[in-house]
Design a protein around this ligand. Structure first.
Ligand SMILES: C[S@@+](CC[C@H](N)C(=O)[O-])C[C@H]1O[C@@H](n2cnc3c(N)ncnc32)[C@H](O)[C@@H]1O
Length: 338
């Protein structure tokens, strides 16, 4: 959805400049852009050049902050774009208290300044309390996992035989996916699959029983974890063939893995906090842009829109994009204006 992100950026940037100049009779001296999910750096890199262009035209200084809680993403992007990135912020080890330290300072000459921030995006407000920013007019979050995370051997994909770690951030998160499978009670496991991937109570209860039977034989936390999830999914389909017959459904093994991943990473809790805090932080006019990939995320975004947002629009991926990248099929972008 990169093209649509850049279009939204241009639209909101023009809107902001126009309103600012009408109200203050001058151009803003500084504007701030946030990419809440740096990943492999694709969106940030492109936003950097968009900011560079805008800066040349308006002569207002543009700053870009890119967040990710996965240290691998921070290291990868800082290395890849070392000539562009101005500095790195990270919160204290463990990040239980949100106290940001300015780390590596790469040099004063980079323009527009691009900073990467090793942090949960839910703490966006705490970060900008410590590192004040002016006119935050564009915030984007591309939910889900990066290509490198999918290939990282942490259990995100069925293609590798591996332990179900499932933590996107190795620094901030405990427990891992297999801990959850080994320690949660029947009721807790049932609720997990009801609340994350919307299984009915019946289906979730049966799955929770299967998990408990399995772990009694051998605890989860071995290279066979992914295969065992596929085995449990087969049993689930066998027991509830009609529930899983619909073509539109994701495969049950994908749903089980997704439910565990959402729980391990507290994805819904973080998304709610991020929406509330980023929208509050946003200048007027401005936009928070979200790229979502499944109905659980969309429910949260749409509920937030109903309660807080009067102007928004939705963009679906183009056919040509889906052809190029089948993963984009499930994407839906929300532009929340303020
Ligand atoms: C789909 S990728 C982003 C890809 C990126 N747009 C690009 O162009 O490469 C999502 C990224 O968001 C990060 N992420 C997910 N939840 C997060 C959270 N709560 N706080 C910070 N980063 C998060 C993941 O670690 C991952 O690197």
């Amino acid at each position: 959805m990169l093209r649509e992100i850049l279009q939204a950026y241009k639209f909101v940037h023009n809107l902001f400049m126009h309103f600012y100049q009408t109200k203050h009779r001058q151009k803003p001296d500084e504007l701030t852009i946030v990419d809440a999910t740096l990943g492999d750096g694709g969106y940030s890199y492109n936003l950097f050049f968009r900011a560079l262009e805008s800066q040349a035209v308006t002569r207002s200084k543009h700053l870009l902050y890119s967040f990710d809680w996965d240290k691998n993403a921070i290291d990868f992007v800082s290395f890849k774009y070392v000539t562009l990135i101005k500095g790195i912020y990270s919160c204290d080890v463990g990040c239980h208290t949100v106290d940001f330290k300015k780390g590596l300072e790469l040099g004063p000459s980079r323009t527009p300044p691009w900073y990467v921030v090793h942090s949960n995006f839910a703490w966006i407000d705490a970060f900008f309390q410590q590192v004040p920013a002016k006119n935050v007019f564009f915030i984007v979050a591309d939910l889900g996992m990066s290509t490198r995370q999918l290939k990282s051997g942490r259990g995100f994909s069925f293609k590798t035989n591996t332990k179900l770690d499932l933590r996107m951030s190795q620094d901030f998160l405990e427990p891992k996916g297999y801990d959850i499978l080994n320690v949660l009670s029947l009721k807790e496991l049932r609720d997990l699959f009801v609340n994350t991937v919307g299984f009915s109570k019946n289906v979730a209860n049966y799955l929770a029983k299967l998990i408990i039977q399995e772990r009694k034989q051998t605890p989860f936390g071995t290279q066979k974890d992914v295969k065992r999830i596929e085995y449990l999914a087969k049993k689930l389909v066998h027991r509830f063939p009609r529930t899983f017959a619909k073509k539109s459904h994701l495969h049950p093994s994908t749903l089980i893995l997704m439910g565990l991943r959402i729980a391990v990473n507290s994805e819904y809790k973080n998304l709610r906090a991020f929406l509330e805090r980023s929208y509050k932080l946003l200048a007027v006019p401005g936009a928070v842009v979200l790229v979502t990939f499944h109905s659980g995320e969309r429910k949260i975004v749409e509920e937030f829109i109903r309660q807080n947002v009067s102007q928004f629009y939705i963009v679906k991926p183009r056919d040509s994009e889906i052809k190029e990248n089948p993963y984009a099929r499930s994407a839906k972008m929300y532009v929340l204006l303020k």
